[in-house]
Write a protein that binds this ligand. Structure first.
Ligand code: ATP
Ligand code: MG
Ligand code: FE
Length: 345
């Protein structure tokens, strides 16, 4: 089964072709970062217009790279939410129309399910695909969630952030120390040269039971440390390291708790912050210690991409799920309302 995946929920146009027989055939991402940089954040209307400009050329390019013609497609999957409504509508409109023209099914994919399933794609993990039940840590620009995955499609929220998402905390912290937009990955890069322990920040909400997170207070701690410093390059790197260690430790502590609560030893991690090297190393060490395992997508498939949407769509299509002919998006969408992906009868 060959499925085209289209991702337009925010500021990345992602297109991919996934083949259930051979795996990922091609994928391409066009990032709008340069477009939004001068505003210091994503401008929704500009995002929609840029998806309109880039989506069709990117679909053509991806089909060529996959060595396929549109007639070879068995389905078209698209991100139906959560995300920016205008941006979502561009992807949904194009995907639904293409599916209609080709007379193949269209599959509406939940963006966070896409992220969550990315570590299960192909041989992302040489030990083989992690099988539910497992715990998922979703750490992206808009979400920080611990999810119990009882089966593919059956999700229970165990905990989430009460304020900033982990990626958002990286971006905002980078900004207040003067790093250019979007600062998350740059802050992480800077942290590599910083010394551990020079700046020690709190591990928020780890001193009490529970699986929720709060990252907004860390920003204030960093701001004070930065303002009271001599603002040298060395200090900026040391603060970045202190901040990164605080976020990584906090995530690792809560992951351990979530695995204990769920009574399992398999963790999957997804979303942009999943690309963070220190987080990957810390969680791998944590999993080793308990004799369990942790799986990540390749770093390029941690942030938004079409491959995760094509893959999630292919799983749902194989199970016989697809949409009617209307173009519908769901900008706010609770993952717990999804249905289980039962194997095809
Ligand atoms: P959501 O999926 O919740 O709608 P999003 O799609 O904007 O949000 P992603 O594309 O999954 O989020 O991830 C982007 C986020 O990941 C940004 O906040 C970015 O700063 C963060 N990020 C990317 N690389 C790294 C890294 N190496 N270390 C820390 N954070 C990172
Ligand atoms: Mg983005
Ligand atoms: Fe995302």
């Amino acid at each position: 089964m060959i499925v085209l995946g289209i991702e337009t929920s925010c500021d990345e146009t992602g297109v991919a072709v996934y083949d259930t027989a051979t795996g990922l055939r091609a994928h391409a991402v066009y990032s709008q970062i340069a477009l939004h940089a001068e505003y210091g954040g994503v401008v929704p209307e500009l995002a929609s217009r840029d998806h309109v400009r880039k989506l069709l050329p990117l679909i053509r390019q991806t089909m060529v790279e996959a060595g396929l013609r549109v007639g070879d497609l068995d389905g078209v999957a698209y991100t139906a939410g959560p995300g920016l409504v205008g941006a979502l509508l561009v992807g949904a409109g194009v995907a639904r129309s293409l599916a209609w023209a080709l007379d193949v099914p269209a599959i509406a994919v939940h963006h966070m399910e896409g992220h969550l399933l990315a570590p299960l794609m192909d041989d992302a993990d040489p030990r083989g695909r992690p099988e539910p039940p497992f715990v998922a840590l979703l750490v992206s620009g808009g979400h920080t969630q611990l999810v119990a995955v009882d089966a593919i499609g059956r999700y229970r929220l165990l905990g989430e952030t009460l304020d900033d998402a982990a990626g958002e905390a990286f971006d905002k912290t980078a900004k207040l120390m003067g790093l250019p937009y979007p600062g998350g990955p740059q802050l992480a890069k800077l942290a590599e040269t910083g010394r551990p322990g020079v700046f020690k920040f709190a591990r928020p909400m780890t001193d009490r039971p529970g699986l929720d997170f709060s990252f907004s207070g860390l920003k204030t701690q960093v701001l004070l440390a930065w303002q009271q410093s001599e603002k040298s390059e060395t200090t900026r790197a040391d603060i970045a390291r202190g901040f990164e260690d605080a976020v990584v430790d906090t995530l690792a502590i809560k992951c351990t708790r979530a695995l204990d609560a769920a009574g399992c030893d398999t963790l999957v991690v997804a979303g942009g912050v999943g690309a963070n090297r220190r987080l990957r190393a810390k969680l791998a060490a944590m999993a080793d210690k308990r004799g369990g395992r942790v799986s990540f997508p390749p770093p390029a498939l941690c942030t938004d991409n079409g491959a995760m949407i094509a893959f999630a769509g292919a799983l749902r299509l194989q199970a016989g799920q697809h949409e009617d002919a209307s173009v519908r998006v769901t900008p706010r969408w609770d993952m717990a309302t999804l249905s289980e992906v039962a194997p095809a009868a």
